[in-house]
Design a binder for this molecule. Structure first.
Ligand code: SF4
Length: 80
């Protein structure tokens, strides 16, 4: 499987809330490098408007570490 296919599958699984159950142990999150995390927005999209962002703690439900509200990664999913 190519890396882009893996990212797309992970993105779909994360949106469905399944990524934590199928790809990694329950206590682990995905390393920033895997999802190409960056500390700047991309195409006007940023973590602060992502479904996975936890504003209270500047964390992400699926990506490990401190997350900048102005950051972005490849599994970004815009809040409805
Ligand atoms: S865009 Fe930001 S909040 Fe959304 S999944 Fe990626 S790191 Fe998490």
């Amino acid at each position: 499987m190519c890396s882009m296919c893996a990212i797309k599958i992970f993105k779909i699984m994360s949106v469905l809330g399944l990524a934590g159950f199928y790809s990694v142990p329950l206590y682990a999150k995905t390393p920033k490098e895997i999802v190409k995390y960056q500390e700047t927005p991309k195409d006007g999209n940023a973590c602060k408007s992502c479904l996975h962002f936890i504003a209270e703690t500047n964390e992400c439900k699926t990506v490990e570490g401190s997350i900048d509200p102005e950051g972005w990664c490849s599994i970004y999913f815009k809040l409805p």
